[in-house]
Design a protein around this ligand. Structure first.
Ligand code: F6P
Length: 366
């Protein structure tokens, strides 16, 4: 039978379990064997009991759980060729030459490198006498499928990444909770949300939470924004609004590329409006808790599609990321998706916001 490995890598995200479950059960129902690789790429390097054959029941009762039950890790060793060599050896010893990786852009680019190096790694393992030549010949290529697990929703080419919707729910719940205490005291709250270079969580939560102002990396405010923000807050108060909430993305910047911190925003409001102002940094609460209904069903669909794609793969198949585009499952070229995602981050770093927006909105498959 075909043997598939599955791992989760990088920051955990709600919905990863649903995707793992779908991959495992789809593969089993197609007659394949599935191996769960614990602790991400590190488990592949360590081998032993970190790579376990999974049966149908091993993924029971995880659909509604947050995080990833097979563990995740940001492996430094996998960044070294020596780590990847050990990983290849451990996979080959079990006859695994197809893997699904659920992770962010860093995890996916590591996967592509691993795939590209695979023949060279095999040759080295044969030369060192670590694996028999027949084993190398039986598995000449590594076939891969990527799923994007990240609350940031930052991968160019996909509409929604695994975990983004649940994180958004968490943020909106927090905004609702803060609004009542803010209103009681007529206070302003500055809420800092995650997302790295991506303002998705900040923008969508500001809209869904009915907030007063939002600062995101891709669209930095023009000079004088502090005055405009304060004018907005004053206008709200004058209209009878008792709570003011400003959302700051953790990657927010000004036009010159300088970070805008939540503490700076707090100071501006306190100084200009002479109001008691508090900062709430939501932090890892956003990555915690149960997955939303969307993250359960969409991740199930994604996992099913990834498993089907991988089982049908041949050594000549493209390396794809399976993502959601326009309410459809879509296979997009992994290398290009990661390249453009990194390019967006690089544009934001060098304060080239127009290019960043153009790239994020672009769709390279059209
Ligand atoms: O990429 C997901 C994310 O949660 C980001 O939003 C955040 O910047 C980062 O990971 C936090 O990383 P860590 O969990 O290593 O602190």
């Amino acid at each position: 039978p075909l043997r598939i490995g599955i791992l989760t890598s990088g920051g955990d995200a709600q919905g990863m379990n649903a995707a793992v479950r779908a991959v495992v059960r789809t593969a089993i129902s197609r007659g394949a064997e599935v191996y769960a690789i614990y602790e991400g790429y590190q488990g592949m390097i360590d081998g032993g009991d970190r790579i376990r054959r999974f049966g149908w029941e091993d993924v029971g009762s995880i659909l509604n759980k947050g995080g990833t039950t097979i563990g995740t890790f940001r492996s430094k060793e996998f960044r070294e060729r020596s780590g990847r060599l050990r990983a290849a050896r451990n996979l080959l010893l079990l006859g695994i030459d197809r893997i699904v990786v659920i992770g962010g852009d860093g995890s996916l680019s590591g996967l592509d490198l691993f795939r590209a190096e695979w023949p060279g790694l095999l040759a080295e393992l044969v030369e060192n006498g670590e694996i028999a030549p027949q084993i190398a010949e039986a598995h000449p290529t590594l076939m891969i499928a990527g799923l994007v697990g990240s609350i940031d929703n930052d991968l160019v080419g996909t509409d929604m990444t695994i975990g983004a919707d649940s994180a958004l729910h968490r943020i909106v719940d927090a905004i609702d909770a803060l609004a009542s205490t803010a209103a009681s005291h007529q206070r302003s709250f500055v809420v800092e949300v995650m997302g790295r270079h991506c303002g998705y969580l900040a923008l969508m939560s500001a809209i869904a939470g009915g907030c007063d102002y939002v600062l995101i990396p891709e669209h930095p405010p023009a000079d004088g924004w502090e005055d405009r923000m304060c004018a907005e807050l004053r206008r709200g108060r004058a209209a009878g609004r008792r709570d003011s909430i400003v959302i700051v993305a953790e990657g927010a910047r000004d036009r010159a590329g300088n970070p805008i911190t939540s503490e700076y925003v707090r100071q501006v409001i306190e100084r200009e409006l002479d109001e008691d102002t508090r900062v709430t940094i939501l932090g890892h609460v956003q990555r915690g808790g149960v997955p939303s209904a969307f993250d359960r069903w969409a991740s199930t669909w994604l996992g099913y599609t990834a498993a089907e794609e991988l089982l049908a793969a041949t050594p000549d198949s493209e390396a794809n990321v399976i993502g959601i585009r326009g309410n459809r499952m879509s296979a997009i070229p992994l290398v290009e998706a990661v390249r453009q995602t990194r390019e967006v981050a690089a544009c934001i770093e060098r304060a080239d916001y127009e290019e960043a927006m153009a790239l994020r909105g672009s769709s390279f498959t059209e």
